[in-house]
Unconditional design. Structure first.
Length: 150
């Protein structure tokens, strides 16, 4: 996203929602409800809503499973910001620094047996979202996922 669009986006927001979940995958239904509510409010097409739900679930479950050491409680915060044309989800946590955008692209031409384990979640996120950015700031992992909605 270029600077001009980014600054316009932040100034013209028409929706802002926040959800904080513990790093417990049993709370994922709350994420789905959160995304569905945003979809209804923005009048998103059901196919767009389903793909957003898939991308966010992949990203958030990865944080829940890998950001914190076993038996360590932590939170995952999901912020949704939208304007007339773009929807952005900002996923943040205080877990172990990890940049999923550095993960090599999955070679989908290989058979499932030939492919290394892992990496399909970020592949799905990249395929569904129009922009995927990561930064580590103030001891937080911040993953920004943007989708053009109109």
């Amino acid at each position: 996203m270029n600077e001009r669009i980014d600054s316009e986006f932040k100034e013209e927001k028409c929706l802002k929602r926040l959800l904080t979940l513990p790093n417990d995958i049993s709370t994922i239904p709350q994420l789905s409800e959160f995304i569905e509510g945003i979809g209804e409010e923005l009048c998103l097409d059901m196919s767009v809503l389903m793909s957003l739900n898939l991308a966010l679930e992949e990203a958030v479950v990865n944080v829940m499973e890998y950001a914190y050491p076993p038996d360590v409680k932590g939170d995952v915060t999901i912020e949704a910001i939208a304007n007339e044309t773009q929807l952005e989800f900002i996923i943040s946590d205080s877990g172990i620094p990890f940049d999923p955008t550095k993960k090599e692209a999955v070679d989908t031409t290989l058979s499932a047996e030939e492919r290394p384990i892992g990496g399909l979640g970020i592949h799905l996120v990249r395929e569904i979202m129009d922009s995927v950015k990561y930064e580590y700031k103030d001891h937080k992992n911040i993953l920004s996922l943007s989708k053009i909605i109109k």
